[in-house]
Design a protein. Structure first.
Lengths: 213, 213, 213, 213
DNA sequence: GATGAATGAGGGTTCATTCAT
DNA sequence: AATGAATGAACCCTCATTCAT
């Protein structure tokens, strides 16, 4: 959708770059989750990725590049997962499906999301912009769907309330990743079901029942 | 309420300790907000506090102590602010008042809250426990109030939904601090009003109107 | 004479700065002479200076600062040594005295001069400018003295020849420092005497005898 | 003339070695001139030479080998250029012709000479010996010519003065390469003419005029 | 109690060299 | 013969912490 911020590599072989960076990201996420970005050393990242410190630096230029790569790969995943739903025309059902996918995705990639939200502040300015833009895109998606629901009379919200509600939905996703320690008793299915219920009750002009929610 | 984790100081005069630590916290919050805990040096903290690096270490033992002091002072403030409401017997009105105070407090101490949530992961294990306990206390407060509302038939939520809803309310507070960049167009009054509306609609068994919301 | 390029230090005490930097310079010159600037590590410099690597960096900001300090201290010495001669009014005798001092100085500070000429190319741009300016000042001094000799009819040189001759005299000084391995059989007195003789013969319009040359 | 220090290559084809090394030297000189030996990476040398880092190491063993090859190629050029003059029997005229060739050569190969004099200290011990020997040969040439002039009564110098004068002539050549920044206003013809004039005046027992100087 | 110079472990990054393809 | 990915020793520099004054 948008031009990516390219990370320089001194290796030419694109397939290899892809492969090595995937190793790198996998290792880095675990470490960042465990100790945070700052307490993780580049040597540890290299080791976790399965190669030497020298090799690590063949594929990135700075430690911050690793963090960016992590964030970027998350959004790639987000996009490829949401691409499977037809969201051309918004409706409550579409919104709920989108949320299911979104929350399901976060559940699958908890570590990645936690790392991204905890550490993205350590990105260099331009990389941070890029990540924030991705985030805004996500919120805007909810906004669009809610607006279309409002147009159909399925929800009863002013435009400003729609903005806030979109953030609301977005942030609930973060909550699932961040507060697992406090939500140990919940399954993702329960979480999704309850969130959907709150959504319907909280925003619908009139009570609506959805089958298969 | 709970035993505080005491931070060692080689200075004896308690009043002086109080004073120096207040200076320290004020300076540290600004710096942590700006650059994060890890990118802030102890020298910078000392300078911002108005004394020398040597003096800083007369009042703490490690850099992490400063972070703990920051977090702790926030909870002191939270408690003193919430202590002004009578919450003996929960009801929807009390809950809403509590939220008003809570969100108002977060608005007043945005920087502090952002720092606390962003950086608390850098606390040593035991300090982290202490902070999480404070957080749990906060969520439990909402839980208790919601439960009492449920008992009064003011909200229609299962016990499990109450747990989730409490986190929900808590997290919306964090959102106000964290996502100001995205919510620039909202005033805190608008925010509180909308949150209250969502709360009432989303959780109430039947529509209820509250005066002075 | 000119504004110095100030090297930042995080230590306040000026006397201490002076002292530590002197230690640093002494050690660095020996090492740079032996192994060159690039092959010398900052740890070696610190050790040679008699303190730790951390302390070294309390008095400079980069390794290049050390090199600059070395170069700068040489020019300080040059100036203080040449300041003892009265050069108000140039004449052959004054020129010869200046050369004696200049060559004598180089003899005393051989290592320093070799290091300066060999390594100054490694200075950051602005520091290099500063060093080259000092060098130009030195050449200009010879130029002025030669011009005044020409005006007095003591040497028979065109203005352009004077320029070249000044460089000539300057470069002979470098030669004494640089080519000691080839001039082992010469004493500095012999060297000065011969240079003086060449000078007189090479430039004088008519043979002139100087007493006490 | 002398046994060359052979640089090992894992390639057998001598013609290819010659060709690749010529590429290498051309690229290296430019880079060394620009950034110095230490700041130039082997990768950069390979790239400037037009082949890969792997190939570079097929033709040399260490980075220092490249520097040696540069120095060696300069002396090859020096010898082939000076070989065109008949220097069997020295005389002032022959000396002056030799100087013309020598200074002209330096003018043509400024970059190479600067690199050689600036960086040769980075050569390994034995390579440095070899280069210094070449240099000594050059000085000795001037010595021989001056001695023969002295025998013919064309110059009035003691044996020791001849030694110094030879270095003198040699070093003036270096000056032309090194101090171009300061001698921008001079052409090589002017430089040669003036040096010749100084030489004649400075060393001749009596004024001698040379036609076509 | 206050100061700030001293310390050195440790971190990010580079780059000469090797070797499998 | 040519390539370029992999390696890891080594370098410059930072900064939390200490301690003599």
């Amino acid at each position: 959708m948008n031009e990516k911020r390219a990370i320089q590599s001194s290796v030419k072989d694109e397939t290899l770059i892809e492969k090595r960076r995937a190793q790198m990201i996998r290792g880095a996420v675990t470490l960042f989750k465990e100790k945070g970005f700052h307490r993780t050393t580049t040597r540890e990242i290299a080791k976790a990725a399965g190669f030497s410190i020298g090799t690590l630096y063949e594929y990135i230029r700075t430690k911050e590049d690793v963090l960016y790569l992590v964030c970027d790969s998350i959004y790639d995943e987000v996009h490829s997962r949401l691409a499977t739903i037809d969201m051309e025309n918004g409706s409550l059902e579409v919104l709920i499906t989108a949320l299911e996918h979104y929350y399901g995705l976060i559940d699958d990639m908890q570590d990645e999301f936690v790392v991204m939200y905890q550490e993205s502040k350590s990105l260099p300015k331009d990389a941070l912009q890029y990540v924030l833009k991705k985030e805004t895109e996500m919120v805007s998606l909810f906004e669009r769907l809610l607006t279309e629901c409002a147009e159909r009379g399925q929800v009863d919200l002013t435009p400003k309330e729609i903005v806030l509600a979109s953030h609301h939905l977005f942030v609930q996703g973060q909550m699932w990743a961040f507060r697992r320690w406090a939500l140990r008793d919940f399954t993702i299915q329960e979480f999704i079901a309850m969130q959907t219920k709150f959504l319907l009750q909280g925003m619908a002009g009139e009570k609506i029942s959805i089958s298969g929610g």
